[in-house]
Design a protein around this ligand. Structure first.
Ligand SMILES: Cc1cc2nc3c(=O)[nH]c(=O)nc-3n(C[C@H](O)[C@H](O)[C@H](O)COP(=O)(O)OP(=O)(O)OC[C@H]3O[C@@H](n4cnc5c(N)ncnc54)[C@H](O)[C@@H]3O)c2cc1C
Length: 317
């Protein structure tokens, strides 16, 4: 029996998030094999072997937007490859799919795991955040078959093998009842759930016309941009940038919060960041309590100076 990891390529390439899952799968598998199923085509699929995959399979022509079809393909692949555990990324597709896969396999499911499960006596103990990230809970999956979804940035990809060949996997792909009529691809930096560096702005920016100050800082750091909810609600920034309890939950290595007060609902989505830097002109802003580093000052003065210094540092001056 093996562990099956599901990886979706992005524009024909597997990115860091896919390699993270391979490492997560290998560490979960222990003495068992870690098999990775790439749903779609990826030029670098063989590199999954470097990060923990013992075998890599590829399956094309699966409509990942249709969770009914996607989940059937994953469940069938899991049965065909004799896997006891299926690992899926906790992104929009993963959330829509994992429950269906678990039902088809008769498996216990834990969603949004944030660390490698521990195996004790045939059970898997899976840890995840609860109460908006203020506490952790550990769940034991007692069923023979198991499904786990994993948050981005839960683990760093680890080199533990070498590139491997990619085998084609044959399973029936039923016709989809959903038709995609438009597709908008977001270009640019790493998507928020996978980003290691995030700079984020709040109402302190006063309006969208000042956002270039934050974008310049993001450019200098090669960081992904985020915002507080009122900023997205006011259409200063797109909704997919909204982080927090009702937005995206992220866990980057560095989160720089600029002109954001640090309300509990905002913190719920960002307090698992490894390092938090807060820039706010109000020394009493609640965000400072959650910060590793804080700058009390006017963002319109502080941020351009910070950007300049980062550019100089990067230029080796
Ligand atoms: C059910 C519910 C769910 C919610 N979900 C979310 C969520 O998911 N995400 C989220 O973000 N919010 C969420 N909220 C809203 C949340 O409670 C706060 O209202 C919101 O986070 C505040 O956004 P802000 O910090 O950008 O704005 P404000 O609270 O207005 O804070 C602006 C900050 O900018 C500072 N500032 C102003 N001018 C400057 C300057 N020149 N230089 C430096 N600093 C300056 C101020 O001191 C202040 O601290 C939710 C609320 C509810 C009720």
């Amino acid at each position: 029996m093996s562990v099956l990891v599901i990886v979706e390529p992005n524009n024909g390439t597997i990115n860091k998030g896919g390699f993270e899952l391979a490492t997560f799968g290998k560490l979960t598998a222990g003495q068992d094999k870690c098999l990775v199923l790439v749903v779609g085509k990826a030029s670098n699929a063989g590199d999954l072997g470097i990060y923990g995959a013992d075998e890599v399979y590829e399956i094309d022509q699966v409509p990942v937007h249709d969770s009914a079809v996607y989940s059937k393909v994953i469940a069938d692949a899991s049965e065909k490859l004799s896997c006891h555990t299926v690992i899926i990324k906790a992104n929009a597709n993963g959330k829509a799919t994992a429950g269906r896969v678990a039902i088809k396999l008769g498996a216990g499911l834990v969603s949004a795991a944030n660390s490698v499960p521990e195996s004790t006596g045939g059970q898997l103990q899976v840890k995840r955040g609860v109460f908006s990230g203020k506490a952790f809970a550990t769940y034991a999956i007692t069923t023979d078959k198991k499904v786990i979804t994993v948050l981005g940035n839960s683990i760093q990809p680890k080199e533990m093998g070498s590139a491997t060949s990619v085998q084609s996997l044959q399973v029936d792909v039923p016709p989809s009842t959903i038709e995609v009529v438009a597709k908008e691809t977001l270009s640019g930096r790493a998507p928020l759930p996978e980003a290691e560096l995030v700079v984020s702005g709040g109402r302190g920016f006063k309006g969208p016309e000042n956002w270039n100050i934050l974008l310049d800082l993001a450019d200098a750091l090669d960081a992904t941009t985020a915002c507080s909810r009122p900023v997205a609600d006011a259409d200063w920034r797109p909704h997919h940038e909204h982080v927090g309890q009702t937005g995206i939950a992220i866990r980057p290595n560095l989160y720089i919060a600029v002109g954001i007060s640090g309300a509990i609902q905002h913190l719920a989505g960002v307090n698992n960041s490894k390092t938090i830097v807060v820039i706010n002109k109000d020394p009493e802003a609640p965000f400072f309590k959650a910060a590793d580093y804080g700058i009390v000052g006017d963002l319109f003065e502080v941020v351009p100076k910070l950007t300049e210094e980062i550019k100089k540092l990067k230029a080796g001056a």
